[in-house]
Write a protein that binds this ligand. Structure first.
Ligand SMILES: Cc1ncc(C[n+]2csc(CCO)c2C)c(N)n1
Length: 219
């Protein structure tokens, strides 16, 4: 079995808990409270900037030249393409108002940047894979079960269930399998651990938006 298939099998319990989250159910039927979605989008803007930087760091550290190029393109996608989706949802709101990063977003950003900067590069690649793969699976799941009548979250759903995004995700999966095939069992286990951590952080990101998460103590 490929590394990706076995990693996904291990992540299945996390994925199963993601698709039943109230945030996801709300996007499916279109009833998700606008304030929770706005919180999510605002946090995601802070996340995407860091994610783009993490991908650029991995590009710089990749061993194969074709992987350098792939990760440069992923980084561009994170910053440019995704920002367009965000701009659509945030239009009409005060773009200059930079919201405070939530604890879950802060934690995810720190994990991505530190892993991309100093972990062995195969672990860094595994750590960012859930950002692609979980979104593809969740996007497809929502698309299949959605209420299409005036769902305010249609643009989001179309982005992550679309074929263009599918091609990018398949590329990220293929790269991890290519790298895992060159690794020792111990390195592959470390990749799996990083992959599972990324999946947990994806769950936490949606959970924090549902709770409009705040810092437990403030100045
Ligand atoms: C918390 C969070 N995780 C993953 C994504 C999805 N995503 C963001 S950038 C990118 C790759 C390049 O387009 C992908 C798949 C998101 N938006 N927010």
């Amino acid at each position: 079995m490929t590394w990706c298939k076995s990693a996904w099998q291990k992540a299945q319990p996390i994925y199963d808990q993601i698709v039943i989250m109230p945030f996801i159910k709300g996007m499916i039927d279109g009833t998700l409270d606008q304030s929770k979605f706005n919180f999510y989008i605002a946090q995601d803007a802070r996340y995407l900037e860091n994610f783009g930087r993490a991908l650029a760091l991995i590009a710089a550290r990749a061993h194969r030249k074709d992987h350098v190029l792939d990760f440069i393109r992923f980084a561009e996608g994170a910053i440019v393409v995704e920002s367009a989706l965000h701009a659509g949802y945030l239009s009409g709101q005060d773009g200059a108002k930079k919201i405070e990063v939530s604890p879950a977003c802060h934690h995810y950003n720190s994990y991505l940047i530190s892993t991309a900067a100093i972990a062995p590069v195969e672990i860094a690649m595994a750590a960012v894979l859930p950002c692609f793969w979980v979104y593809k699976e969740v996007g497809d799941y929502i698309f299949e079960h959605q209420n299409k009548n005036g769902n305010p979250y249609q643009a989001w759903i179309n982005t992550y269930s679309g074929t263009d995004f599918g091609i990018v995700v398949n590329k990220a999966i293929l790269i991890c399998d290519e790298i895992a095939a060159t690794c020792t069992p111990r390195q592959r286990d470390a990749m799996t651990e990083a992959f599972l951590t990324g999946c947990q952080l994806e769950w936490m990101f949606w959970d924090s938006a549902w709770r409009l998460e705040k810092w437990p103590v403030m100045a």
